[in-house]
Design a protein around this ligand. Structure first.
Ligand code: SF4
Length: 604
């Protein structure tokens, strides 16, 4: 039925046996789950036991591209993974840009499944002529940019995609990410899973052309979409996602000092304008992206001189407002260490903010910090803590395990841990706009603003919804989650989805021109199906209504200043939103999908 976009097979790599096989990727599955996140969730549901050690050999990683990944469409760079998270202990979905997905498709595969464990460090090279295991002992301990450079040279300058783990993952840091050509599968610790399998890198370097059902119509359509991108391209290109820093702070929603306040007094020197004027070096773009939102920044002087990285909104928030740090150079340095060592910036910053509050309250002693003065605003201490987390040194060894594991060891600190289901909060304050709180509470992977629903547009920018209301938020969040779930399955970046017509009311033709099949009438249903399948996985792993909650601070401590002054999301308010959400989803009062819902969505 499909005339393009898919290859129809997924590569299965059995690391224990050092063998590979092709898995047929049935058309019926593609119709039901589209690709990317949908198929990765389906495979996880089919193949993973309900109890598994995330760092053990029985865990698997399912990497899956979408039908648009690698196609001549804007920002067709994305790939998804699912695995059992060592950070949260349950299902993890994660997406990344980079070249790996496109060049994997050019090698003839829609995805890769990693299972078992190699007996010694390996790298795996995938091209259209086969799969090669290479000894990676000499790469073990090397930082991720060095691994990228090594393969560029080793493969004689061919066009490649490299997916690698850094030294932190090798040390079992549970918030370690997988780096992908300078981007990352950031949240949830997938890097520790891959390193636990003794895999240092996957390299894709295919050269085959993708079949496209209607290349002439696609070219014309994409050129029109590119013109639409130009309309919003300016701020995204000139300031990246950092553009939200000033806006979110002005609206009183900027997480500050571990969510103790929502306005940061040091905003002027971490704003996107300040970044641009003082640190900006160049833009960086992902595969086939005309936006190039990444802002590469460098530090010319001061204690962090020489540091270079491309911090985006979340990273600036985590190391800036959250840690009370107003030195942008420190943020660039912290980001660089995270990228090189391979740890998630958002989670790392939020863990350090938590430790800073505990330190200031005398709950973590100076002895535990080995003399480090871990007060809010101490930029050098913050950067040093990033190093210690990556190296599992001192207090860093505790923080490296993530909130759920810290809670087991230090239950008396729980009140100060800002997470849902173990995943650290993103950099938006739910007391300042309540829909984002419901998104954090119900997201398939914990407190995530993307998977949970990016309500910023609806509540703060376009203001189609009263940000402090509870009514309507359940339906809004469900709609945004379903939209995101299908976009995550396409293989394109969410930033260009509007220009391509992949909204809540899909109108775009790109998918039909690539595959030869008009998915549009079914896309939102597919999104809902994916979300419901993910919920079934979570239910199977013991996650339910008891876990769809927010930290007590959000429910009990009113904000003291700013436009959201006095605001709190009480348990009653939260329950109103949650009840509406469960009803909109067709889940019962315990957050379990009803039989009729499963039947209507044809979920197994
Ligand atoms: S908009 Fe930014 S994140 Fe998205 S593909 Fe383009 S450069 Fe990458």
């Amino acid at each position: 039925m499909f005339q393009g976009g898919y290859l129809g097979k997924i590569l299965r790599v059995d690391l224990s046996r050092r063998s590979v096989s092709d898995m047929d990727y049935a058309e019926e599955l593609r119709r039901k789950y589209l690709g990317g996140r949908g198929i990765a969730a389906y495979l996880y549901h089919q193949e993973m036991p309900s109890i598994v050690d995330p760092l053990g050999s029985a865990n698997k990683i399912f990497f899956v591209t979408g039908p648009l990944t690698g196609a001549p469409v804007l920002a067709s760079t994305k790939m998804q993974l699912t695995t059992r998270s060592p950070d949260t202990g349950y299902y993890l979905c994660s997406n990344s840009s980079g070249n790996f997905g496109p060049y994997l498709k050019f090698a003839g595969y829609d995805g890769v499944i990693l299972e078992g464990k190699a007996s010694s460090p390996v790298s795996i090279i995938i091209n259209e002529n086969g799969v090669e295991f290479r000894n990676a002992s000499h790469l073990w301990g090397r930082k991720t940019p060095e691994v990228d450079d090594y393969f560029k040279e080793a493969l004689n300058g061919r066009k490649i995609g490299v997916l690698s783990v850094g030294p932190a993952a090798e040390r079992g840091v549970r918030v370690a990410c997988i780096q992908v050509d300078g981007r990352s599968f950031g949240r949830g610790g997938a890097g520790a899973v891959m390193a636990g399998k003794n895999v240092k890198a996957l390299v894709s370097c295919g050269t085959k052309k993708l079949d496209i059902a209607n290349p002439v119509a696609l070219k014309e359509y994409v050129s029109q979409a590119r013109a639409k991108v130009r309309q919003f391209k300016s701020t995204h290109t000139t300031h990246g996602t950092a553009q939200y820093t000033e806006v979110i702070n002005e609206l009183g929603c900027y997480p500050t000092r571990n969510f103790q306040t929502a306005i940061f007094d040091g905003i002027d020197t971490i704003s996107s304008t300040y970044m641009k004027e003082n640190y900006f070096v160049r833009n960086k773009a992902c595969y086939r992206c005309p936006v190039g939102c990444a802002q590469v920044c460098a530090v010319q002087d001061g204690p962090f001189k020489g540091a270079e990285s491309d911090p985006e909104y979340e990273t600036i928030g985590a190391f800036g407002g959250q840690c009370g740090v107003s030195d942008f150079g420190a943020i660039i340095a912290a980001n660089q260490i995270c990228d090189e060592e391979g740890i998630d910036t958002m989670t790392t910053g939020t863990l350090i903010a938590f430790a800073m509050e505990c330190f200031e309250r005398g709950l973590i002693s100076r002895e535990e910090t080995d003399g480090l003065d871990l007060r809010f605003g101490n930029a050098e201490a913050m950067v040093e803590m990033v190093r210690r987390i990556a190296n599992r040194k001192g207090l860093g060894n505790l923080l490296a395990d993530g909130f759920l594991h810290i809670k087991k060891k230090r239950p008396e600190l729980e009140y100060y841990m800002m997470h849902v289901k173990g995943l650290a909060f993103a950099q938006y304050e739910p007391r300042g706009f309540h829909g984002i709180g419901l998104g954090y509470g119900t997201s398939s992977r914990g407190a995530c603003h993307n998977v949970g629903g990016w309500t910023i547009r609806d509540e703060l920018i376009a203001k189609t919804h009263d940000r402090f209301a509870t009514r309507g938020k359940g339906r809004l969040v469900k709609t945004l989650q379903d939209n995101r779930a299908y976009v995550d399955s396409l293989g394109i970046c969410t930033v260009v989805r509007g220009a391509l017509g992949f909204t809540e009311n899909p109108t775009g033709n790109a998918l039909a021109y690539v595959t030869g099949y008009d998915f549009n009438p079914e896309l939102m249903m597919i999104g809902s199906r994916i979300y419901t399948l993910e919920r079934m996985i979570l239910n199977r792993e013991g996650i339910g209504k008891k876990d769809d909650i927010l930290p007590r601070r959000i429910m009990e401590e009113p904000l003291a200043e700013g436009m959201a002054k006095g605001r709190v999301v009480t348990a009653k308010m939260y329950d109103e939103m949650l009840d509406e959400y469960y009803m909109a989803r067709g889940w019962d009062d315990n957050g379990v999908p009803k039989k009729e819902t499963l039947a209507a969505l044809a979920v197994p």
